[in-house]
Design a protein around this ligand. Structure first.
Ligand SMILES: Cc1cc2nc3c(=O)[nH]c(=O)nc-3n(C[C@H](O)[C@H](O)[C@H](O)COP(=O)(O)OP(=O)(O)OC[C@H]3O[C@@H](n4cnc5c(N)ncnc54)[C@H](O)[C@@H]3O)c2cc1C
Length: 272
């Protein structure tokens, strides 16, 4: 890389990072954006908002064609699912969006640096591309490194039997029975995608409501709409066992489903 001195370096090219990079360039700063993945756009564009919305839209079209167009007097023949084509459509949407960011980077003359970035000193960013390291300097550094999937303690996803939202965006066949742990927005949207495509879907949630953080009335409406699509929400209460009779930290096994057990950490403390 020829030019290594910048006004602004941003580490991470998700919605936080790429917007900051584009704005910095618009304001006349000489800008670089360091990203370790080949595609720009971060979680949102690669494995989050965009692919999940593409799958939601596609699965909704499938469900409409199969179950509800007849009501409107629209007759369709035998409806069947071409899952590889649906996944391809999702990949095309992701590609179009990430290419859009690439275009904006080129327009703004933003240097795109591929590799893992780390602040190695005041005003200095080292980028490890896997083939070697480059050192960049900047007057300003912005960290926009995003977040990671939160795992249950002691559960190791293998990407097949147990996976995260990333795998659930690309199953190569419709699962017979999908158990989603957590009735937040991501679990519900991916659960509803696969329910519409024919999977039995059980969402496990230990709170007495879905979508914590959302207005209660909206959450209740959403739950009944999802139930109509066949999405079952199953509440499991953590049974406090004999083991938890002393103050302190405990790890308790909780049976979530027939053959799924999670280890839950519980802290027992005196009421203040
Ligand atoms: C399935 C799913 C659906 C979602 N749907 C929605 C939605 O509908 N609406 C919504 O608002 N949000 C949604 N989200 C959340 C949304 O994706 C995140 O809020 C958003 O991506 C956060 O943006 P960010 O820029 O902070 O981080 P990220 O998008 O995570 O980007 C961070 C980037 O930094 C890179 N990076 C990290 N460390 C380094 C390093 N040391 N060196 C170089 N690069 C590094 C990462 O590779 C990544 O590309 C969804 C998330 C998921 C998983």
């Amino acid at each position: 890389m020829e030019d290594t001195a910048f006004d602004v370096i941003i580490i991470g090219a998700g919605p936080g990072g790429y917007v900051a990079a584009i704005r910095a360039a618009q304001l006349g700063f000489k800008t670089a954006c360091v990203e370790k993945e080949d595609l720009l756009g971060g979680t949102c564009l690669r494995i989050g908002c965009i692919p999940s919305k593409a799958m939601l839209e596609a699965s909704e079209k499938f469900r409409e064609a199969k179950d509800s167009l007849g009501r409107f007097g629209v007759k369709v023949g035998q409806v069947s699912l071409d899952l590889p084509a649906m996944l391809q459509h999702k990949d095309n949407v992701v590609k179009a969006n990430t290419k859009g960011i690439e275009g904006l980077f080129k327009k703004g003359k933003i240097a795109r640096v591929l590799g893992h970035g780390r602040i190695s000193g005041p005003g200095t960013v080292s980028v490890d591309s896997g083939k070697g390291a480059t050192t960049l300097t900047a007057k300003h550094i912005i960290l926009a490194t995003g977040s990671k999937v939160a795992m249950l303690p002691d559960v190791k996803p293998d990407g097949k039997a147990i996976g995260t939202s990333t795998e659930a965006l690309a199953y190569d066949k419709v699962p017979k029975h999908l158990v989603v742990i957590g009735a937040g927005a991501i679990g519900l949207e991916l659960g509803s995608v696969w329910a519409r495509l024919g999977a039995k879907v059980t969402v496990l949630e230990y709170l007495n409501r879905i979508l914590p953080g959302m207005d209660l009335e909206t959450a209740a409406q959403t739950q009944s709409a999802l139930a109509k699509q066949g999405l079952e929400v199953d509440r499991r209460k953590i049974q406090l066992t004999e083991a938890i009779k002393t103050l302190g930290e405990h790890t308790v096994p909780v049976k979530l489903h027939r053959d799924v057990t999670a280890q839950v950490r519980v802290t027992v403390k005196k009421e203040e």
